[in-house]
Design a protein around this ligand. Structure first.
Ligand code: WAQ
Ligand code: MG
Length: 258
């Protein structure tokens, strides 16, 4: 589903389901589009595509932990340290964060999808800087979904932002040539964001942007020489079903000396 108001992207969501659930799912997606925090859309796209079971890759969710930062600056500082640890050049991480904060699409709006960035040179590699790359065709299976909700409930984090971000990050972390992902929401009421990396898992920061701010985004940092065409194919087309959850690791405080 993708909802917009004039040129402005409002919300989007991806699901995988069996054909018998299609009608209910379509209704739920329309309802969701109409009830978004960012406003009422004047256009809702529903795209339904048949995929065959033989195309499906099954993977696990990443481990998840929260770093309890006390401010947006603290959050961004801690996120930069994690990105550097994952192999993103510090200057590149800083500049991408700055771009995201000021709206990564031309005109200073949020992009509809994600930036693709060379983790060493900082070069932007996406074909269209307004759209970016949109990750699609991924979801949890029923058992993993129930398992995830139960575990997230225990730590007070069972909300759609967290569940869907984990699913998207899981697919991204399995992509060829991915070094790390940086994300924070474009919903004005949701300040949390995360850094994800293959060896570190999903690291959340409750504050990565100020309350009321609607510029959000995603950046996928790539190893130099990564095959951008293959990455597009994987992120947009490969069907990925998540059948296992990851661990929930203990909460952390930011390291004061970093
Ligand atoms: N593919 C690529 N980029 C996307 C996609 C997608 N399918 N969906 C959204 N984006 C980009 C786009 O630029 C949005 O502006 C931006 O990401 C944010 O999207 O642990 O809610 O759906 O507490 O607003 C993360 C923290 C929440 C969750 C992320 O993202 C937590 C969130 P949103
Ligand atoms: Mg949003």
């Amino acid at each position: 589903m993708r909802a917009s108001s004039g040129p402005r992207h409002i919300s989007g969501a991806e699901k995988l389901a069996t054909a018998d659930r299609l009608e209910d799912l379509a209704a739920a997606m329309v309802k969701r589009a109409l009830e978004h925090d960012k406003g009422t859309p004047d256009k809702i796209h529903l795209t339904v595509e048949k995929v065959s079971v033989s195309e499906i890759i099954r993977i696990a969710l990443p481990d998840i932990r929260t770093v309890h930062v006390a401010s947006v600056d603290g959050g961004r500082h801690a996120a930069l340290a994690i990105l550097a640890g994952a192999g993103v050049e510090p200057d590149v991480a800083r500049s991408v964060m700055q771009t995201m904060a000021s709206g990564a699409a031309p005109g200073g709006e949020s992009m509809r999808g994600a930036m693709l960035v060379d983790a060493v040179t900082g070069r932007r590699l996406e074909n269209d800087p307004s759209r970016g790359v949109r990750v699609s065709r991924m979801d949890l299976d029923d058992r993993a979904a129930a398992d995830l909700r139960e575990r997230l409930q225990q730590i007070g984090l069972d909300n759609a932002h967290v569940r869907e971000a984990l699913v998207l990050a899981a697919k991204v972390l399995h992509a060829p040539g991915i070094v790390a992902e940086l994300c924070w929401s474009d919903d004005p009421g949701y300040t949390a964001g995360y850094v994800a990396a293959p060896r570190l898992g999903y690291v959340r920061f409750p504050m990565l942007k100020p309350l009321g701010e609607d510029r959000g985004g995603r950046a996928f940092f790539l190893a130099p020489g990564a095959d951008v065409g293959e990455l597009y194919r994987y992120l947009e087309k490969q069907v990925v079903l998540i059948d296992r959850v990851g661990r929930i690791l203990p909460d952390e405080r930011p390291h004061p000396c970093r």
